[in-house]
Design a protein around this ligand. Structure first.
Ligand SMILES: CC(C)(COP(=O)(O)OP(=O)(O)OC[C@H]1O[C@@H](n2cnc3c(N)ncnc32)[C@H](O)[C@@H]1OP(=O)(O)O)[C@@H](O)C(=O)NCCC(=O)NCCS
Length: 163
C-alpha cells in the first residue's frame, strides 16, 4: 500500500470509494462523495490523499479542508470525509491516511484539526473533545480537536460550504 496526493485522474475512483465506504455507515448523510467533489471544485481540498494497492488501485481516500472558528478563517482544518473500500477496512489503511494527512497539515503550518466522528477511533490520533470548541453551537463528544501548534482555540467551528 502506498499513500500519495490525489491526481486529476483519481476523481472518479475517489467518488466510487467514498460512496461504497459510506453505503452501510449508520451516520452517513449519503452526500459524502458530493462533498469531496464540491471541495475539489472550490479548491478547498487543502490535503487530499489516496491509498493505492500494489497494483495501483485506489483503496482509500482522506480529505482535509479549512474550517472557520467563530466565522474567522485561520489555520485550522477539518478532517473528512475519510473512506476505505469496504473489503479492505480494518487493515490500517484509514489510520495510515489520517496519520499522513496530519503530517502534511503540520508541514503546511496548520495550527490544528477538527473531526466529527467516533471518539474511540480518533483518540488514537490524539484527538480530544473540548467543550470550549463547539460545532453547531454546542459541545459534543463526537466533535474533537487536535492542536498542532500554539494554544487550543475557543469558539464555534463551521466547515466549508461544501458540507
Ligand atoms: C473509518 C474508516 C475510514 C477507518 O479506516 P480503516 O482502514 O477501516 O481503519 P484502521 O484499519 O486504520 O483502524 C482499524 C481500527 O479502527 C477501529 N474502527 C474503525 N472504524 C471505527 C469506528 N467507526 N468506530 C470505532 N472504531 C473504529 C477498528 O475497530 C480497529 O480497531 P483496532 O485497531 O483496535 O482493531 C473506514 O472503516 C471506513 O471507510 N468506514 C466507513 C466510512 C466512515 O465511517 N468514515 C468515517 C466517518 S467519520
Amino acid at each position: 500500500m502506498q499513500i500519495r496526493d490525489e491526481r486529476d485522474e483519481d476523481a472518479a475512483a475517489i467518488s466510487r470509494i467514498t460512496t461504497a465506504a459510506f453505503a452501510d455507515a449508520p451516520h452517513s448523510s449519503g452526500t459524502e462523495a458530493r462533498i469531496v467533489e464540491a471541495l475539489r471544485q472550490a479548491e478547498a481540498l487543502t490535503v487530499s490523499l489516496v491509498a493505492t494497492s500494489d497494483d495501483g488501485r485506489i483503496v482509500g481516500h482522506v480529505a482535509f479542508s479549512p474550517v472557520r472558528i467563530d466565522g474567522v478563517a485561520g489555520r485550522w482544518y477539518g478532517l473528512g470525509p475519510v473512506s476505505v473500500t469496504p473489503d479492505l477496512q480494518r487493515q490500517g489503511i484509514g489510520g495510515a491516511l489520517i496519520g499522513e494527512g496530519l503530517i502534511r497539515l503540520a508541514a503546511l503550518g496548520a495550527h490544528g484539526c477538527v473531526v466529527l466522528g467516533e471518539p474511540a477511533y480518533y483518540r488514537r490520533f490524539c484527538f480530544l473533545d473540548d467543550r470550549t470548541l463547539t460545532y453547531g453551537g454546542k459541545p459534543s463528544p463526537y466533535f474533537q480537536r487536535l492542536v498542532l501548534r500554539g494554544e487550543a482555540p475557543k469558539g464555534d467551528v463551521s466547515y466549508h460550504l461544501a458540507f
